[in-house]
Design a protein around this ligand. Structure first.
Ligand code: SF4
Length: 328
């Protein structure tokens, strides 16, 4: 068979995507693996997995386009804020847009039929194909034997008999293949996607509901406890020294609150626009609440750019009062 047709591969860094690439390469095809990066799924681990498996990975940033998928997924969310079916459809569509640039003739991905409850059922895989708008160009090397023939197969660019018939949640076949292809380093399934994390998702959902998604607020999602003071204002409080340090490195101009006489958590008030006294007082009482050394009333410094030269004296919130404000 002539193997002159090139394919573009959707690559996540997970074992299945590595195996799909390796299998097609072993058959003699030129494969161009791409990783679509968002702040919710960064490329670091995928790059590591690619590097240790001699895969030349291209990383493409797809924000802010991806926000449309996240805000309004046609097929809904998984357990958390992960819109897996729409996300896959979007990524195939992006990959299809890149085909011409890279001289690719078809697309591949490492999906395995029946492996994930929502995104890898046959109907979901059909939905992905439909959403992508490039249904006829998709080949799934690990399970294509169970799927309808697409153009690359009908045209004889790819021989279906050389593709695989892996299905179900068991990982035995994949482990065997990994041994055969010498794959040792890979990312756990969906391991890199923050949208599958319950706590991260709750904070993100709150941002979406208040229409406050922007680069800065998305960065804050990685750190701290989050509190909603009112519809316009949130507070982020560091949970430990490392988080306080990360928060200290966030953009200048933020209004910071911190107990004056004691080491302890740092709070950053997030709001577009003027921050009023009530908000500062609420933030200060929350910060005191998470400072174990403070007993009752204490002084809190606040100001912009870590110049905490405004001082207020307040009583810390009770656990119940804080509970009502926490985003959880
Ligand atoms: S786990 Fe995350 S990156 Fe993967 S398909 Fe779902 S939403 Fe997209």
């Amino acid at each position: 068979m002539n193997r002159e047709h090139k394919c573009l591969a959707l690559f996540s860094g997970g074992l299945d995507s590595i195996l799909a690439v390796k299998h097609m390469e072993k058959l003699g095809y030129q494969v161009i693996p791409v990783f679509f990066e968002t702040p919710f799924f960064e490329a670091t681990s995928a790059l590591k997995a690619a590097q240790s498996n001699a895969i030349d990975l291209k990383v493409i940033n797809v924000m802010p386009e991806y926000l449309h998928v996240l805000k309004n997924p046609r097929y809904g969310y998984g357990k958390n804020m992960n819109p897996c079916v729409d996300c896959h459809g979007f990524m195939f569509r992006k990959a299809a847009e890149m085909m011409k640039e890279y001289g690719a003739d078809f697309l591949i991905s490492g999906e395995v039929l029946g492996q994930r409850p929502k995104s890898q059922r046959k109907d979901s895989m059909n939905a992905v194909a439909k959403l992508s708008g490039v249904k006829d160009l998709l080949v799934r090397p690990l399970c294509q034997r169970f799927l309808s023939d697409t153009l690359p197969i009908r045209e004889g660019w790819v021989d279906k008999a050389e593709l695989l018939d892996i299905q179900g949640r068991g990982r035995y076949r994949q482990i065997e293949l990994a041994r055969e292809y010498g794959v040792e380093e890979f990312q756990s399934p969906a391991g890199g996607c923050k949208l599958t994390d319950i706590k991260y998702s709750r904070k993100l959902k709150d941002l979406l509901e208040h229409d406050q998604i922007n680069d800065k607020n998305i960065k804050y999602l990685n750190y701290g406890r989050h509190f909603r003071l009112n519809d316009n204002t949130r507070l982020v409080v560091g949970r430990n020294m490392a988080e306080n340090e990360h928060l200290s490195l966030m953009p200048v101009g933020e209004l910071v609150v911190k107990a004056v006489d004691y080491h302890g958590p740092l709070g950053i008030i997030c709001k577009d626009g003027e921050i009023d006294n009530t908000e500062i007082e609420m933030a200060a009482r929350i910060v005191l609440r998470y400072n174990n050394k403070v007993d009752g009333i204490s002084e809190v410094g606040w100001g912009k750019n870590f110049a905490l030269n405004n001082i207020i004296k307040l009583e810390k919130y009770t656990p119940e009062e804080v509970e009502d404000l926490m985003i959880k």
